[in-house]
Design a protein around this ligand. Sequence first.
Ligand code: SF4
Ligand code: SF4
Length: 344
Amino acid sequence: MKYKSCHLIEHGISINVDSIQACCLSREFNKGLLPIINKYENNKINWDLLFSVKKEQRKFQRNKDLPACEGCYNLREEDWDEDDYISFINFDHWSQCNSNCIYCGVQKNKPKTKNNVLNAVKELIKQGKFKNTGEITFQGGEPTVLKEFEPLLKLFLKAGSNVRIHSSGILFSRAIRDGLKQGNVSVVISPDSANKETYTRIKRVDKSNKVWDNIKHYRKGLNPDLAPNVKVKYIIIPGINDTLEEINEFFNKIKSYDIKSIIVDVEYTYANKNINKISPHVYMLMDYIENFAKENNINYDLYDSAKYADKSRNFAKTSDFSFDSFKTQFEKFRNENLLLFVNY
Ligand code: SF4
Ligand code: SF4
């Protein structure tokens, strides 16, 4: 049936530490995180209950946007099927991590419980209610320190799913490397800087060399078709890594490691606090990175806060990057907007 909805309202779940939502998108004004089950027990998910709640939500969405979803960029008019199955799963059910990023919402907001979900997920597959047509994502916490990470990954690779793994990159995972070589896995690592001091300031762990080394090793040995599956993310953190010197150092690293995919985000606290008054220098940085990606045949993508920032943008896209004039204008905007920086 044709109506406005989103793939996650229809067939998605995000498994959190103690609850299950349709997605992991936390947006401004308490939107996003459409709840499905408020509490599940260790390794027990009531799939019948989950599908009945999802059915109701889909029915509601056919007539009117669900309040949590109003205005979301993921909503689109499409001919949605009416079957009950799950094809998008986001694993977000642990908070342990080997990094300590200044902007981390996981460490601050997630309770430290130890729910396992492997058996519950096996049950979903056994019931024939999982389809491999969507995407599996690992968010976390850090997946490589999660005990059931490898069994879960194997389960989905066996089911022929595409899996996207967000990792700090501090530990090298053979399971990720094998999945990359097989072609169904992509890994997203967000060093946010190629500069060792800036990295340590952002991550509060001294692991810059290790992380870039692991990025290099994940990338090494992948053929050109699979190279974009190693995705390096740059979260623009105004006041910390938002200078042209920083970005140019990042570009050098990207080129020397032959990285073929860049993801840009704008730090969530900054973006959320300043959504309609994001400093133009942030947009200039986004355009600068996009232009670099285009010129070097690198995939370029935005993550959620950057998408929202881009949506509220009232600053024309930069097309002239002739360095002196670009630099002068960039620094003028940056200096004029110092008060918007977040005090981490
Ligand atoms: S908030 Fe957005 S992404 Fe999440 S379920 Fe609603 S429409 Fe989909
Ligand atoms: S890598 Fe992710 S989970 Fe770990 S501290 Fe950083 S933001 Fe938090």
